[in-house]
Design a protein around this ligand. Structure first.
Ligand SMILES: NC(=O)c1ccc[n+]([C@@H]2O[C@H](COP(=O)([O-])OP(=O)(O)OC[C@H]3O[C@@H](n4cnc5c(N)ncnc54)[C@H](O)[C@@H]3O)[C@@H](O)[C@H]2O)c1
Length: 262
């Protein structure tokens, strides 16, 4: 067998449909490209229609296939309508990526109820909703599937200044493990990915010069991640063959940040 045939058998996603919620964003975009590059039909979901159309064009320009649905990840009805739309195309969801997220760096005593609630709504409640909506469809159809929730290293160890965000991500890791246990008998694997520091939209305001220096001092590779560096972890988790015995885990992609003390 040739090397390329071996890798296609192991990681290829031909014939699979991958739904990427937050595929409009920086990391979500790289995840879409990785899944499309491995042969999946990608369903990009996000609130920003212009960015969604650009994402589909990028995937198609690279030889992949995709469609965009404008939806708010916090709306059960909007997610359900996407499942219904996919059903009319005879599509079932083999891979679900929950990658929508928002952040803020408000001092703890100044966090308002509405700020706390809105970050929990997008970062955690969206994950619950999508897992319920797409997960119940996977179970009903008996789809062998993979759910990948985008968490963060701040969910594993407290990260200063982003109190609300970090709390949501800790919950995402916990929920992913719990669903992995629950749905293993259904053939649905559930894992999370915890990226380290990757400049993107949601963390632009948080990355001040002092903060960047402090991050670099704590990162053995002394640099930020590039979004495409998530591809390996995503394809491992997405692949029914390469990732066949991988569930309930959290893959950290952080240039060594989590392994560092002083
Ligand atoms: N960039 C990092 O360093 C980093 C590190 C760890 C985890 N993450 C996580 O990665 C994921 C992607 O974030 P990113 O860094 O690429 O930021 P980003 O801001 O570029 O992307 C986030 C995307 O989520 C979308 N979104 C936000 N709220 C939404 C909603 N209600 N409905 C639908 N879409 C919504 C935004 O429009 C945007 O396209 C997030 O979950 C984030 O928490 C990022």
């Amino acid at each position: 067998m040739s090397t390329s045939q071996y890798l296609t058998d192991l990681f290829g996603l031909g014939g699979k449909t991958a739904v990427v919620i937050g595929g409009t964003g920086v990391l979500g975009g790289a995840i879409c490209s990785a899944l499309a590059g491995a042969g999946a039909y990608v369903v990009v979901i996000g609130r920003n229609s212009d960015q969604g159309r650009i994402r589909v064009e990028q995937i198609e320009a690279a030889g992949g296939e995709a469609e965009f649905h404008s939806a708010d990840s916090t709306s059960r009805a909007e997610l359900e309508s996407i499942v219904a739309a996919l059903a009319t195309q005879q599509r079932q969801t083999h891979i679900l990526v929950n990658g929508a997220g928002i952040n803020s760096a408000t001092p703890f005593l100044e966090i308002s109820d509405s700020e706390w609630d809105s970050i929990f709504e997008v970062n955690l409640n969206s994950v619950r909703l999508a897992c319920q909506v797409f997960g119940s469809d996977m179970i009903d159809r008996g789809t062998q599937a993979s759910i990948i929730n985008v968490a963060s290293l701040s969910g594993m160890t407290p990260l200063s200044r982003v109190y609300t965000y970090a709390a949501t991500k800790a919950a995402v890791i916990n929920l992913s493990q719990n669903l992995a246990r629950e749905w293993a008998p259904n053939g649905i694997r559930v894992n999370s990915i915890s990226p380290g520091f990757f400049p993107a939209e949601q963390n632009r305001k948080v990355l001040t010069p002092e903060r960047i220096e402090s991050i670099m001092q704590h990162t053995p590779m002394y640099r930020f991640g590039h979004p495409e560096e998530l591809a390996g972890a995503v394809l491992l988790l997405a692949s029914p063959k390469a990732g066949s015995f991988v569930t309930g885990t959290n893959i950290v992609v952080d240039g060594g940040f989590m392994g560092m003390t002083i």
